[in-house]
Each structure stands twice: as C-alpha cells, then as structure tokens.
Design a protein around this ligand. Structure first.
Ligand code: IPM
Ligand code: MG
Length: 356
C-alpha cells in the first residue's frame, strides 16, 4: 500500500486535483494498486484555516506518506500578507522540509497539439526536452536576505548561494536522467558574471567524469532563453539553478502549446517525491470548470513512475490522455477550430473512461 498526501491548495487546485483523484480511484479498482489518499492543507487554503500556509500537521503528514500530489498555491486575496504567511511559502517550505532538490520539468509536445504552440509547427514538432531544476538552494533560499534601511534609503538584497555538494547532487540527477534519454546534458549558468556559476560550471565538469557516455555542454542563461525559442529541439536535458530553472521552465512549457499539459516531479535522494502541474493556481479561471486537469493527471503518472515503481501503469495513464486527445477533446486552453471543447470535470471523466 502507498500513502499519498493530497494537497489541493488554492485557485483551480481543487478542481484539477478532483480529476486526478478520479483517475487514482479508477487505477485502484482496476489494478489493485491500494493507493491511500490523505487530504491535507497548504497555501492560502491552509492559511485561512490555520493561520499558516504550511501547518505542522501537513509537515507531519508529508513525513508519514510515500509521496505528495499537489494542485497549486496562491491567489490575489493573500498577496498583501507578510511574506512568511503567503501561500508560496507553503510550497517553498515543503520543498525545503522534504529536501526535494531535483525538480524534473519535462516539456513534451503532444503531436495533436502542435498547432497550439506559439512557434511554427516544424520548430516544435517532436519536442521532448527535460529541464532539471535545482529546487532547494540558490537565490531562493540563500542568506543574507531582506530589505533594510541603508544610506538613507531602503535597500533590498538576496544572495545566490550553492555548496559544491548541492551542485553535485543535482548534476548526478541530470546525468542519470540523460542516460535514459538522448545522453546529452546542457548546463545553464551565468559563469561570465557570477562566481557562484563558475563553481556550478566547474562542478558539472567534475560530475561529468562519472558519466563518460553522456555529453556535457554549457550555455549562458541569456543565450539559453534565446535558443529555447529559436531552436528548442537542440536540447535533451537542461540542468540549472533554482531561479534560472523557474524562468526557463515556463518558457519551455509554453513552447508546447499549453502550460496546462505539463506535469512535474520534485524528488529527494530517496526518490520521495512531490508531484504537481507546472502551471499555477490561475485564480482568474478558478471555479469555472474550464481549467485543464491533464497536467495534474500526468503528474499522477510521474508519481507512479518515479516514486511508486509502477512504470507500466504510468504508461497507461499517458496512453489514456493520448486517446482522449486523439478523440479531439480539448479544454479551452488547448482548443483549436473543430475541436470538441469540454470542461474540467468532463475531461477528467474522459480520461477515466479511456483507462478502461
Ligand atoms: C514554480 C513556481 C514557484 C517557484 C512559486 C509559486 C513559488 O513559480 O514552481 O515554478 O517560483 O518555484
Ligand atoms: Mg515558476
């Protein structure tokens, strides 16, 4: 039996998680998977109920479970709270608490959706790229940080920090993933300006020595952004720091036509993972039954593959999503002329039926 902590969070989180749970319940029935679902609070929803975006109860549950399925956090109503109480702190705190340093963000173009990309079809057709983002260090967590009074005015500062060991472990994750793919790692940094990136580059070179079958290249982050929109198919695995990965993964996701399609995994050294769609809580469309639940459903597939040792069943979930797309069903975000536009609930039901 595996225990899954389910954290719907805010905005569209509840609606999309509800669809993923239908899929899990179906898999439980069909394949005797015995996944136990335990609901918890995070983000603004947790703040409203408990006064904290990451209640101790949620931390305890996270330690007690085998993996986490998360919807999304954040919303307008919590934006003016003091920083430590904002929904995003819940997510960052959980990443840190569980040491989920390896964030895998695939950008895969579904052939059925090629026309939804903002790039020309020939540039993106067949796109299959994996961004490996360091998730628990770098400027997101470095100290000192703050806003103080200095020289008669306000002064804000953050610090981009990496220990060699923190770079090494994300490097190993990236190389090991590349070994199962096209065996190419491109490390993204800003070593021409930042010392911390010099260490990053040098450390990646050293890690590469353990993987003679994988080719390592380096690119500056500004050029990486340019290359991603110019010729995205040149990349196999990209490995990068927390902040650069945040930015580049949104860019890569959009190349595929819809950020509503892409799942992610955040893993620790034991492959304990938190699984969530790449997109956010989209408060502007919450409660309207138009959000795309496929990224969350595909996050369940990633969970089966990476944390629960059920690769074959993960494939079945992926295939079910393909069947539904082949049948021409689309949520609004990925729909083109002639498609059958369906809502969040119906899309969830369609995937469940395609699983049978
Ligand atoms: C992401 C998000 C988060 C991040 C926010 C919500 C804190 O943008 O997962 O990419 O910046 O890491
Ligand atoms: Mg982001």
């Amino acid at each position: 039996m595996s225990k899954i902590l389910v954290l719907p969070g805010d905005g569209i989180g509840k609606e999309i998680i509800a669809q993923a749970l239908k899929v899990i319940n179906r898999l439980n029935d069909e394949f005797n998977l015995d996944m136990e679902l335990i609901k918890g609070l995070i983000g603004g929803a947790a703040y409203d109920e408990t006064g904290s975006p990451l209640p101790q109860e949620t931390i305890n549950l996270a330690h007690d479970c085998d993996s986490i399925l998360l919807g999304a956090v954040g919303g307008y109503e919590w934006e003016s709270l003091e920083r430590d109480l904002r929904p995003e702190r819940g997510l960052l705190g959980l990443r840190e608490e569980m040491d989920l340093y390896a964030n895998l963000r695939p950008a895969i173009l579904y052939p059925q959706l090629a026309s939804a990309s903002s790039l020309k079809e020939e540039l993106v057709s067949g796109l299959d790229l994996m961004i490996v983002r360091e998730l628990v260090a770098g400027i997101y967590f470095g100290s000192p940080r703050g806003v103080i009074e200095k020289n008669g005015q306000s002064f804000g500062f953050n610090t981009a920090t990496y220990y060699q060991s923190e770079i090494e472990r994300i490097g190993h994750s990236a190389f090991q993933i590349a070994q199962k793919r096209d065996k190419r790692v491109c490390s993204v940094d800003k070593a021409n300006v930042l010392e911390v990136c010099e260490l990053w580059r040098e450390t990646m070179e050293n890690v590469a020595k353990s993987y003679p079958d994988v080719e390592l290249s380096h690119i500056y982050v500004d050029n990486a952004a340019m290359q991603l929109v110019k010729e995205p198919k040149q990349f196999d695995v990209m490995v990068t720091s927390n902040l650069f990965g945040d930015i580049l993964s949104d860019c890569a996701a959009m190349l595929t036509g819809s950020i509503g399609m892409l799942p992610s995994a955040s893993l620790n050294k034991d492959n304990y993972g938190m699984y969530e769609p790449i997109h956010g809580s989209a408060p502007d469309i919450a409660g309207k039954d138009i959000a795309n639940p496929l990224a969350t459903i595909l996050s369940v597939a990633m969970m089966l593959r990476y944390s629960l040792g059920q690769a074959k069943i993960a494939d079945k979930v992926g295939m079910a999503v393909n069947v539904v797309l082949d049948q021409g069903y689309r949520t609004k975000d990925i729909a083109a002329d002639g498609d059958k536009v369906v809502g969040t609930e119906e899309m969830g039901d369609l995937v469940v039926s395609a699983l049978q």
